[in-house]
Design a protein. Structure first.
Length: 319
């Protein structure tokens, strides 16, 4: 088995770092390079990383001033030497066959493999992913919504040949855009979802998904739409309606997100949402989407393109 580089970005992970790294060390495949990148931690993460390098020569430790998870991952990509690249977040952990199952698939077929995962909540409750296993193509992309690099395995030669990197300007959606770039260089953008649950995704109180306002959310949503829209001619009318409904939900979340940005004036928020609603992508999606699930007040605002009513409705619901 060729070497696998596992990249682990770290920020104030003293409570979970050992669990994460030990789960990687216990892989059924031993030919690993474990790259730890400390992203300016202020706790004992630096000390723990240094200690880990003393007990396992497969561990490479890098440090940077705080720059975000994308910059940390990009730094590791510059020094990785494995034939394959995998990612694990420092508060998460993996099954012992995580590498084996994903690499087995990528070696057999020219494909992007994705494993299932289990969400772990702070109260100890667990929730398994339920993506339908099987082989998919670019036109099927809207079937999968959890686009995270930690559920995949990548060929490093493809990443380097096409200089695929994470967008360091984003705090949300950077995984999805990285995967989309990668799929461009896979014939028919082919990927597969395995049956096995291989990754434990720990939901913490401070995770990004818990934040109220997410910067650049519209940028990510529109990029995702642009990538998927090129396959729209291959969709049936039923698929077009379903996917348009899904995209409308995504775009409406962007409108909601704008209204949560209390660092700018209310007038500026209304203006930003008016620009989103004028966008041709939004107009195409609204034309085909099923809006019957919305109440009559919301449907009226959508039909009239009334961003002020939508904005005020969003603000009232969020209180």
């Amino acid at each position: 088995m060729e070497k696998i580089s596992v990249i682990v970005p770290i920020y104030n992970a003293e409570k979970t770092l050992y669990r994460c790294v030990q789960s990687i060390q216990r892989q059924t495949i031993s030919n690993l390079e474990i790259i730890l990148v400390d992203d300016g931690s202020t706790d004992r993460s630096d000390y723990l990383c240094n200690e880990l390098t003393k007990i396992d020569n497969r561990i490479l430790y890098l440090k940077q001033k705080w720059g975000g998870v994308s910059k940390a991952r990009n730094l590791a990509l510059e020094v990785a030497t494995g034939s394959y690249i995998m990612f694990c977040d420092s508060d998460d952990y993996v099954t012992s066959d995580w590498c084996e199952k994903l690499i087995e698939k990528i070696e057999k077929d020219n494909i992007l493999p994705m494993g299932q995962y289990t969400r772990i909540f702070e109260d100890g409750k667990k929730q398994n992913s339920n993506d339908v296993s099987g082989v998919y193509f670019g036109k099927d992309i809207p079937n999968i919504w959890m686009w995270s690099v930690w559920r995949c395995a990548f060929k490093r030669n493809l990443i380097e040949e096409h200089r695929i990197r994470f967008d360091e300007s984003l705090q949300y959606g950077e995984d999805m855009l990285f995967i989309m770039q990668y799929l461009r260089y896979i014939p028919q953008s082919k990927y597969c979802v395995l049956k096995q649950k291989l990754y434990y995704y720990v939901i913490s109180e401070g995770s990004l998904s818990q934040r109220k306002y997410i910067e650049n959310r519209w940028k990510v949503a529109s990029c995702y739409y642009d990538y998927c829209e090129k396959y729209s001619k291959l969709w049936t009318n039923k698929q077009l309606r379903k996917y348009s409904s899904d995209f409308l939900d995504m775009f409406l979340q962007c409108l909601n997100n704008t209204m949560m940005n209390h660092e700018i004036s209310l007038g500026k928020r209304f203006y930003m949402n008016s620009e989103i609603m004028k966008d041709l992508r939004y107009q195409k999606v609204k034309k085909w989407a099923d809006t019957s699930r919305f109440n009559s007040f919301y449907r009226f605002a959508l039909k009239r393109k009334n961003y002020i009513i939508l904005g005020l409705y969003t603000m009232l619901r969020s209180k």
